[in-house]
Each structure stands twice: as C-alpha cells, then as structure tokens.
Design a protein around this ligand. Structure first.
Ligand code: ADP
Ligand code: MG
Length: 680
C-alpha cells in the first residue's frame, strides 16, 4: 500500500541458473576458493595480456566483481612488483583504502604494512623495499609526484573508482597521461563500476600526430584497451514512495523495521547522507526496544570509523540476526558488503558545490544521479534476488535526478589543485589537459585568492618561499598559510594544533537528546575569542588528563577524534620541521595566535550589520552555526573556517578578530575597503 513497485528495471537482471554465485565469507570456504569465484578471475590471463601490451587499460565491472582486491594481486603474481617496483591502486576515499588493503593482506596471508600496505593523508603503512602492492588515495599519489614527478617506483598504477570523478582523480588522470609520454614502460589501469569507458578511452588515446612521431618506438600500443567484466547480479525489485517523505530519517527507520518484520532473512543496507543522520538513525533503531527491532544488528558506516568498527561491517552476520548497515555513499561502489538483500535509498548524498561568483564552497545535501540510484539498488542483488526501497517518488527519480553526476572538478574550489599543478611545474593551467575542464570563472577566482594569500605572484608563479611551502603542506592553502604566519608570529605550536583539529569533522560527541549536557561541557572550555581558542583549551586539558578516555567521555569529547588529532599534529610537526619551522608557543598571548589565523582566513571575514553577519568581500549573509561557542554571542567582527548550507549559510568554527588585522593580513584586498570599516 505504502510502496509502489518501480517500473524502471535496474540494470542487474541476470539471475539465470548457472550464473556465478557469490558466497559470503564463511570459514568453510577457503580464501582461494572465494577468489576463484569472483568474476574477474576468469579474465586473469586476459587482463595480464592487455596490461602487458597497452599503455592504458580501461576495466569496467560491476561492484563486487573483484577489480580492486584481485587485479593488484594478479599483477603481483605476474611479476610487476619484481625488482623493487611497486603496484599502486588508488581510491578516492580513505576508508576504502584501508579496508581493501586489509582485505588483500589477509588474502595473501601477509601482515598489513609489509608486502601489502597503504598510505592515506597523515598515515603511512608501507615499507620501502618490502611493499609490493600499495593502496593509496588519489590525493596522496598526487602529493608523491612533488618528490618524484615521474612516479618512478611504480610499474603499474591502477586508478580505481574512476567513475566517481573526484577532483584528485581527474587531476591525476591528466598528469598520468603526461607521465606516460616520458615513461612508456608505466602501465595504467583505469577501473570503474559504471560505463564511461568510451570517453575515458578517448582521453587516453594519443593525438594522431603524436602517434606518428612515436610510431618507431617499441613498447606497448598507445591505443587504450577496454575490458568489460561480466558480473552476474540478481534481479532487484525497486519500490518507490507514493508520496514524498516529510521526514526522511523516520521514513528510513520505519522502512527498516517493516523489512525486518515482513521480509525473509537478509541484511539491509541503508544510504543516508552523512555522519549526523547516520548516528541519529542508529540511535533511533537501537532505542526502539520493541519486539520489532529485536534481532537487528545496527552498524554505521562512514569515513572516520575506527578499524575495529570497520571490521564489524565485514564480519559475517551472526545466526538469527539481521545486519543493518547505515552508510554514506561509500557503500555505493567502493566497498562490497556480502549478504545484503535489501537496500533503502534516501536518494540524497552530501555533495560539494562551489559558486565562483560568491567564492562560497558548500557541502550540500543534494539528489543523487540516476546512475548512482541504480548502483545503490544493485547492492541488493549480490547474493540472491533483492529489493530496493527508494525513499522518494518515481516522479522524483524521473524529474529531479540527472542521468549522471557532475565531475567534482566542475563544482569545486580549485585553489588546492592549482597549487599542486604549479608545484609540479605546470604553469599553463588553462592549457592543461583536463579530463573535464573546470569553469574559467572558478579558475580565475582561485588564482585571485592565491594571489591574495601571497602564494602566487603577479606572473601567477608560486612565490618563494611562501608558495612552495604552502604546496608542501597537505592542507587547504588557507590553513597552510595560517601555519606559516603562526611561525612568523611565534605561535607555530598553537596553529599546528588547531590545523590538526580543523582537519577532522568534530571533536565533540553528539548524542541525540543530550544537547544540553554537550553545551554545558563546551562551556567548561569555551573562550570568549571563539572556537579556535576553545580548541586550544580542550587540547591542553586533554594532555593534562593524560589523554584519558574517561576524561573525554565525561566532557563530551570524542576520544577517537582526539587520538587522531594527536597523530595528525605529529605528522604536521614533522612536515613543519622539514620546512624549517620549529614548535614555538605564544603561551597565553591569544592575540598573536588569532592574528595568525586571520592571516590564513581573512577572505572569510564577516561583520555584524544590523543583527546579521555579512561577508566583507561579498556582503553575503551568513550566520553563526549553533555548534559554535560564539552562537548567540555575536561579536562584531569574525572570521570563519567553513560554511555549511542548510536552510541558510552557517559559519562553522568562528573566531573574533580586530578589523585592523585584516588590513595587515591582506593590504591589497582590504585597504580599498577600509572606508567600510568602522573607526574604532
Ligand atoms: P570490486 O572492486 O570489483 O567492487 P572488490 O575487489 O572490492 O570488488 O571485492 C571482491 C570481493 O571481496 C567481494 O566479494 C567482497 O565482498 C570481498 N571483500 C572486499 N573487501 C572485503 C573485506 N574487507 N572483508 C571481507 N570481504 C571483502
Ligand atoms: Mg572496488
């Protein structure tokens, strides 16, 4: 009654007998048997042949067919890691890097970090000379090019999940194409779950003239190979809502309970948009102590999960239990979960959007594409025919969802990408061979900001030393600039601590229904100067507690997050050290520290005008986020770290400033506007 069966047939429809049957990872099947059952196994020889003979090989295969975990092993077995060479496999997300690396190490029976390792930002689990297969984020591989522009230690680079078209993936593809001209022996594999093979192949196809010039050279053919791995999914029945849901979180929860109540055994995979919603849904389900929810094993899945939590996701569902995994779109194609028979799809995900006119970048909850919706539905058909419940109407699917997503390159702030390209000596950014060229306005905007930050000069070249130093630090240019200014002002210790804290989602534990206690806990650390100084207080108190988990618990501070902060801080300290920056504290002089923050974030300055905040640069109306300690305090002048858009633009991580600091930090930008400034 509630659900209307879909008329759109999902793309996975093969359930004829004799198809490959996927078996969940029960101990009775040896790992080798499991491997042989994966669809890519049949293509082993073919894949190795193509990689041998083609500079680039494009492999398309259904999620779960074994691309990520098997192909690097095939290459290793075939000798591509002999002589100290390394096979690289990139992923857009940190969590999938860790997860697949752990799985491959297990399959090979080696310790993670030895023959099979991984590197993500601020975490390197590889051994030079020992590691043969290395999983890493595409962003980390880009960073490695700064030290080794031709990526000489790699024999094969597999750019995985290419259909996601993440910012770093796209830049990487452009650069790898260049590298291959200089290193014909390097092999590329571009792999993805959905068909984009033709345009990818066109991108890697050499232009006619080049081909003739290089025709006498021996080596692999430049013409990219395309291989499609046949995977056999089962039929998935889709159901739509008859009426739009008013509260999608509650609808998701009641749908899960209805499945549990009425449907035969099988795990449930739920796609929500972010950590907050996922935690809320987990809580609603675990609080539901009625008979309806008994026997449910509810697990969240999002980046930032601890390794132990990650392992729970993949461990077999206990008998008489039904696993419910509530995930971001990471489970759409990057991670394969066995045993899922039911999918609940919210139809939304968090997406980055950038407006070059207002220079505002937001994470926005927006409808996913039809292609994504099909992928999500497909996750229900791995073990047997499944069902997908879409928490939206069929009309919404038809009218509001675009056929494909927009590459991230075309909806992002480009500052970081431009710095990276410039650091690699690519100065003609406009002429760069992009897989999908970004908007010229966005490019101009990024150059303008970098100029204001003192990262590039009048000729748009990286400045020395600031520009090159900013490029060395794996953080946003604004944060890197803050660190460099902190060094000059004598508070490198404080800015590095805050940079580490800003690099994680939140240090607070948010528990639904205990907002009051959380606010009270925050008050214990709250500084009148705002969130940044509050963070310094928290960090100090955390060290004084002896990094105690109990202390964290008592103060509504996320212990895992603090551990991560300490780790990241250590990494940043090492990077700073390389740049000749020693740790120095400004002790109680928060003004010096706030000046350093302003030197990085002056473009995010706002002032209170008639009860609302307006950005100084664009007079855009913004509000202080309720999570900030300055919420309701409303000081006259502030800078913020980031904006989130819900019903309106909210500033997260807000700090008070003196307007004169803006003129100091960016004379070019603010002198002309000084007439707007109140004489104080
Ligand atoms: P693809 O990259 O083509 O989507 P994968 O190589 O990731 O496929 O997955 C192949 C198989 O390995 C799947 O059946 C999946 O369930 C299993 N697998 C992958 N990662 C893990 C893990 N961490 N634990 C258990 N099984 C896993
Ligand atoms: Mg994969």
């Amino acid at each position: 009654r509630f659900w209307k069966p879909g008329t759109e047939r999902p793309q996975l429809v093969d359930d004829e007998e004799g198809g490959v049957i996927f078996v969940s990872s029960t101990p009775s099947h040896s790992i080798e048997k499991q491997r042989q059952r994966l669809p890519v196994y049949k293509y082993r020889t073919h894949i190795l042949y193509l990689v041998e003979n083609h500079a680039a090989t494009i492999i398309v295969g259904e999620t779960g067919s074994g691309k990520t975990t098997q192909i690097p092993q095939f290459l290793n077995e075939a000798g591509w890691a002999e002589g100290g060479r390394v096979i690289a496999c990139t992923q857009p997300r940190r969590l999938s890097v860790q997860s697949v690396a752990a799985r491959v190490a297990e399959e090979m029976g080696v310790t993670l970090g030895d023959e099979v390792g991984y590197t993500i930002r601020f975490e390197d689990l590889t051994k030079p000379g020992v590691t043969r297969i290395k999983f890493l984020t595409d962003g980390v591989l880009l960073r490695e090019m700064m030290e080794d522009p031709l990526l000489t230690k790699y024999s094969v680079i597999m750019v995985d999940e290419a259909h996601e078209r993440s910012l770093s993936t796209d830049i990487l593809l452009g650069l790898l194409k260049k590298i291959q001209c200089r290193r014909p022996e390097l092999r590329l594999i571009i792999s993805s779950a959905t068909i984009e093979a033709k345009s990818m192949s066109a991108f890697f196809r050499p232009s006619k003239r080049r081909e003739e010039k290089g025709a006498d050279k021996l080596g692999p053919t430049k013409e990219p190979a395309i291989l499609s791995v046949e995977g056999k999914g089962f039929t998935v029945q889709t159901h739509y809502l008859e009426e739009p849901a008013s509260d999608y979180l509650r609808t998701a929860v009641s749908t899960i309970l209805a499945i549990h109540d009425q449907e035969p055994p099988g795990d449930v995979l739920v796609f929500l948009t972010g950590q907050d919603d996922i935690d809320a849904a987990v809580q609603l389900l675990t609080e539901d102590n009625t008979r309806r929810s008994s026997g449910l094993l509810v697990l969240p899945l999002y980046s930032g999960l601890s390794r132990a939590d990650q392992e729970l996701i993949f461990s077999p569902t206990p008998r008489s239990k039904r696993k419910v995994i509530i995930s971001t779109n990471i489970a759409e194609t990057s991670l394969t979960l066995e045993g899922v028979v039911y999918v609940v799809d919210s139809g939304f995900s968090k997406q980055r959007f950038y407006n070059p006119i207002s220079d505002i970048e937001n994470l926005v909850v927006a409808p996913i594409s039809k292609a994504s919706a099909r992928q999500r539905a497909g996750r229900a058909g791995r073990v047997r025919p499944g069902k997908c419940y879409r928490l939206y109407t069929e009309e919404f699917f038809n009218k509001e969802m675009s056929a494909h997503g927009i590459p991230e390159m075309q909806r992002s702030n480009l500052a970081s990408s431009i710095i990276q390209l410039k650091a690699l000596g690519i100065d003609n950014i406009l002429g760069f061979d992009w897989p999908a060229p970004p908007a010229p306005e966005a490019m101009v905007r990024a150059l303008e900001i970098l100029y204001l930050l003192g990262v590039i000069d009048d000729d748009a070249k990286l400045t020395s030393p600031v520009g090159f130093q900013v490029a060395e630090i794996p953080l946003d240019a604004t944060v890197s600039k803050m660190i460099l200014s902190g060094h000059l002002l004598g508070c490198s210790e404080e800015v590095i601590t805050v940079a580490a804290i800003l690099s994680i989602q939140s240090i607070w534990v948010s528990v639904r229904g205990s907002q009051k206690e959380l606010d009270e806990a925050k008050l214990r650390f709250a500084a009148a100067e705002g969130d940044h100084v509050t963070y310094l207080n928290v960090y100090k108190a955390y060290l004084q507690s002896g990094k105690s988990p109990q202390w964290c618990h008592k103060n509504f501070i996320n212990y895992q997050a603090m551990k991560k902060v300490v780790e990241t801080r250590g990494q940043l300290t090492r990077i700073a050290h390389r740049l000749g920056i020693a740790l120095k504290s400004c002790e109680k002089d928060t003004e010096v520290f706030r000046k350093a923050v302003t030197a990085g974030f002056f473009t995010n300055a706002c002032r209170l005008e008639g009860g609302v905040y307006k950005t100084v640069r664009n007079s855009q109306e913004v509000h202080i986020h309720p999570s900030s300690v300055l919420f309701r305090v409303n000081p006259k002048w502030v800078v913020y770290h980031s904006l989130v858009l819900t019903d309106r633009h909210y500033m997260r991580n807000v700090m008070t400033i003196e307007p004169s600091w803006l003129t100091e930090a960016a004379p070019n930008l603010y002198q002309q506007k000084s007439s707007n400034f109140d004489a104080r």
